[in-house]
Design a binder for this molecule. Structure first.
Ligand code: GAL
Length: 647
């Protein structure tokens, strides 16, 4: 198990290295990640390479028996390159060229950037290919993060037209597919097609979905070239990864694509960031980790785990004593098998003075140091539990086309995709069962329950797969807007929603309503009990299905809001709006019983993750996510305490 810190020795005088490494060793560190922003040090002027500083750092790491993960430094390019090749900079949607000074300002479609970035990677990897202590390469740093996945430069414009030409072959097909007859936008050649930059009103939604796919392809082809270059040159003992940032569904790239070419996936786990008054909820945190694990179906490394408060210009919530330590256990419980803390020491100069580390600027041992030390010591005893595979029988399915279609048209001012994913995920999560978060084209044969939130876009092959799954006894749960759009982000003529899912769900939808801030609707199951909903609602006619809840208002009381359809040996549920969790909790209970899935009861705020080793031993991670004293099966849990039980 690699337990480490992110170390930036280039930020401090060289003499500090010994003391730093010694203190790391005392803390229980056995690996460090270095290098990922230091291109200017490795190629101080064009084509002059100098690795002597890192030779020294690595020699020192060896002296202290620390393994090394090396980040290729292409997320920040040197000033000389920015001056020499101004075309490498990202141009924003409103035509603003990014300045040198921040990071990640390069365009994935710049041939110049590709050339220079691959050259530094080539020199670096060749230099260290025989270095035994260097066990893994991290490609770049957080590809696509902080808005760096979108660019409107000339290279992107031309590449977009080429991308469209190769997909549509002739312009007539594109016109027909996009429906350019609307507002008289018919194109006569691919060269006439603009990028979706600022305009009056909005661009065509089919065009914007193609732009999203093109952005994803641009990032992925850049990543693939870097992965291939490292693979071609690295030593046989070295592996390849890259670190994914959070906020997956606010990005313009499909994380699955390049992840499949890595030896293992890495993730940067920040439960709270600049300006947030409180951390994201334990369910949201779990969903993120389950998403990362779902990319390859394997355990993964966290290369940046928050320990102190973080932020660029604005900092936020201070993790309470033991809370960041709890998040480390939590990451492990959900599939992390190696973990690095960001960062060893907070920086005194530069943009990240508000990103606190294990040590602060005063360079004294801190509470955080002691927590990290305790965690490393304790978790080392549970390697077999952590290395075991996680086998879920519930999966939440997503698809980036649908995610992007929601980014393009939110439809309701209150719509938030993360909240909609959680609306279905959380009721099952609270029953302490593992859940995989996976792309919809994954193998579904090991699952019993599929959660399919707000999947606007679909094709018929997916419908066939789900129908078979349900016929064979599976349970599927859809939420609103399912199947309303075709694969081009257009509505379907002559078919009512839920389009291709109509027969599986046994319903048809006649009208829909988008709700704004503070607007609520009410639903009932015919008793005196009423529940609220928000964001969106649909007036559902039941055909073969049964109405479980109907609307409770003057106009729509004969329409269903929640339905279930028996389909073969299985059941297909539809939740036709942003319906509050009480109902979904109750339905989840029924579905789990029907599928004979055993749940683990726990108090509010206490999460239990059960893990089995390959030899069949069972462990439970019992985690108190609250600042209060809690109990679980007679065991006391201090605020933010995790206990690992060997059952
Ligand atoms: C991460 C990033 C790090 C550092 C950190 C600050 O997203 O990879 O380089 O910026 O955030 O919290």
């Amino acid at each position: 198990m690699r337990l480490g810190v992110d170390y930036y020795p280039e930020h401090w005088e060289k003499e500090k290295i010994d003391v730093d490494l010694m203190r790391m060793k005392e803390m229980g560190v056995n690996a460090v990640r270095i290098g990922e922003f230091a291109w200017s040090l490795m190629e101080p002027s064009e084509n002059k390479f100098d690795f002597t500083f890192f030779d020294h750092v690595i020699a020192k790491c060896k002296e202290y028996e620390l393994e090394v993960m090396f980040g290729t430094p292409t997320a920040t390019f040197p000033a000389w390159l920015g001056k020499k090749e101004p075309s490498i900079y990202i141009i924003s949607k409103d035509g603003q060229k990014m300045a040198f000074g921040g990071r990640r300002q390069y365009c994935y479609n710049s041939p110049e950037y590709l050339y220079y970035s691959l050259r530094i990677v080539e020199k670096l990897v060749t230099h260290y290919r025989t270095e035994e202590s260097l066990y893994s390469w991290q490609i770049d740093n957080e590809l696509g993060h902080e808005g760096s996945d979108d660019c409107y430069c000339l290279n992107c414009h031309q590449a977009f037209q080429t991308y469209l030409r190769s997909n549509y072959v002739n312009i007539e097909t594109l016109n027909e597919t996009w429906g350019t007859i609307f507002w008289g936008q018919t194109y006569h050649s691919f060269e006439e097609i603009p990028m979706p930059t600022e305009t009056i009103t909005v661009h065509n939604p089919a065009m914007r979905l193609d732009w999203a796919r093109f952005r994803s392809a641009s990032l992925n082809q850049f990543a693939q070239k870097h992965i291939e270059k490292v693979r071609e040159l690295k030593g046989g003992h070295q592996t390849v990864t890259t670190n994914l940032p959070g906020g997956f569904f606010e990005k313009w790239f499909d994380h699955n694509e390049f992840s499949r070419s890595l030896d293992y996936v890495s993730y940067d786990n920040y439960p709270v960031w600049g300006g947030l008054e409180k951390p994201v909820s334990p369910a949201a945190l779990s969903l993120s980790l389950d998403f990362v694990r779902g990319l390859t179906g394997k355990n993964f490394t966290v290369v940046e785990q928050l320990m102190g408060a973080q932020g660029h210009d604005i900092t936020g919530y201070l993790p309470r004593p033991n809370q960041a330590k709890l998040w480390s256990y939590h990451a492990m419980a959900h599939g992390t098998n190696n973990l690095y803390y960001f960062r060893w020491r907070g920086m005194t100069r530069g943009a990240e003075q508000n990103c606190l580390g294990i040590l602060d600027a005063d360079d004294q041992k801190t509470r955080k140091y002691e927590e990290a030390k305790d965690f490393f010591e304790d978790i080392s005893d549970y390697k077999e539990a952590i290395d075991g595979p996680i086998k879920a029988e519930i999966a939440l399915l997503y698809d980036f086309d649908s995610v992007w279609a929601w980014r393009i048209q939110r439809e309701s001012a209150r719509f938030n995709i993360n909240e909609e994913f959680l609306r279905l995920y959380e009721p099952f999560y609270k029953k302490n069962l593992p859940i995989d978060v996976i792309r919809k084209d994954a193998d579904l044969s090991n699952y019993k329950i599929l959660l399919i939130p707000v999947m606007k876009i679909t094709d018929t092959s997916f419908t066939a797969k789900l129908e078979q799954f349900t016929k064979d006894g599976g349970t599927v749960v859809f939420s609103f807007r399912a199947g309303v759009k075709d694969e081009h982000n257009n509505l379907r003529l002559g078919s009512r929603p839920p389009g291709p899912f109509s027969s599986l769900l046994g319903i048809s939808i006649e009208e829909v309503e988008s709700l704004g801030d503070g607007q609520r609707f009410s639903v009932t199951n015919g008793t005196e009990e009423y529940h609220k909903g928000e964001v969106w609602r649909e007036m559902v006619r039941v055909n073969e299905a049964e109405a479980l809840y109907t609307y409770n208002d003057a106009f729509y009381s004969d329409y269903a809001a929640v339905t279930v359809n028996k389909f073969g040996a299985g059941q297909a549920y539809y939740i036709a709006g942003g319906i509050e969790s009480g109902i979904i909790d109750r339905l989840a209970k029924k579905m789990l019983e029907k599928q004979n899935l055993e749940t683990i009861a726990s108090d509010e705020g206490v999460e239990v993750v059960q893990r089995s080793t390959l030899e069949g031993k069972t462990y439970q991670f019992v985690m108190n996510h609250t600042g209060l004293l809690k109990q679980h099966n007679g065991i006391n849990l201090e605020p933010y305490e995790c206990k690992i039980l060997n059952l």
